[in-house]
Write a protein that binds this ligand. Structure first.
Ligand code: OAD
Length: 252
């Protein structure tokens, strides 16, 4: 993508004139940090190598909890090796932004985004919690995460604090994400296939709000191609720093 391409200039102009901008991100944001996407056409996409129903569902956990924990610990070890890429850093350089993310990694925080400005729709892989929801929660060292273990408070199995298929999204993060999406002038959508609901509904929530322009950044055309006011085809790491340079964006 070149800096004088019409779509790039239009995206810059939408962002520059928007009073309120929020970012809605997915796995593509962290791809250049070496974190696998899920249903990308890339050979390492997780759901082309692993069965989500065995590894990311309540039923899969009931059937074989050790297998699930081992798989998450393998992903945690990869995250321990990863560092924020230029896309995370470009976003972190905009402290006024709120981030609605489907990502469970902590790379936005590590890039310098304040945790209060990140709404994690699918939870956090670096936190363990009690599967029986007794209230036990603990941050884990992703480089050296514990194997399957009982909850120290109630004895139920401990699991990663991520949302599995069929589970509800964290209510507070969802409510706030909906309200923000309905109020923005621009939703900047980065690196998501927008195929997982209810998260993907936020784009339609923004459109229904009547004022938002949707700027999509993805390496390829996606479900959002039709809904986007502007679609930028490129990698997040190479495009976001140029797109946001010199702007001062705010979500509220
Ligand atoms: P997907 O893997 O479905 O989509 C990733 C998107 O990022 C694709 O559209 C790619 O084209 C795009 N992409 C890949 N590399 C990129 C790059 N360098 N720059 C920009 N875009 C890039 O991931 P998500 O949309 O995040 O849920 O998936 C949503 C949810 O599905 C995940 O949160 C996860 C998964 O099942 C749970 O775990 C609950």
């Amino acid at each position: 993508m070149t800096l004088d391409e019409p779509s790039f200039l239009e995206a810059r102009s939408i962002l520059a004139s928007a009073e309120r901008v929020a970012v809605f991100s997915g796995a593509g944001l962290s791809a250049e940090s070496g974190i696998s996407t899920f249903r990308d056409q890339e050979p390492d996409a997780l759901w082309s190598r692993f069965d989500p129903m065995l590894l990311a569902s309540v039923e899969g956990f009931a059937e074989n909890p050790g297998r699930v924990i081992d798989w998450y610990n393998w992903r945690r070890a990869k995250l321990a090796q990863a560092t924020p890429n230029p896309a995370h850093l470009a976003l972190a350089a905009q402290p006024g932004l709120v981030h609605i993310t489907q990502n469970v990694d902590d790379l936005l925080e590590r890039a310098g985004v304040s945790p209060e400005r990140i709404l994690r729709l699918h939870g956090a892989i670096d936190i363990d919690c009690c599967h029986a929801v007794c209230g036990f929660e603990e941050r884990v060292d992703v480089a050296n995460a514990p194997p399957l273990r009982p909850c120290p408070r109630c004895g139920a199995p401990v699991r990663p604090a991520v949302v599995w298929f069929g589970e509800r999204l964290p209510e507070a993060a969802w409510q706030r994400s909906e309200a923000i999406s309905a109020a923005v002038d621009c939703l900047l959508v980065v690196g998501t296939s927008a195929t997982v609901y209810p998260a993907a509904n936020l784009v339609h929530r923004a459109i229904a709000g009547g004022r938002a322009k949707i700027v999509v950044l993805n390496t390829r055309r996606s479900e959002l191609t039709g809904a986007a006011h502007v679609e930028l085809l490129g990698t997040a790491g190479s495009t976001l720093p140029k797109l946001l340079r010199g702007l001062s964006l705010h979500s509220d």
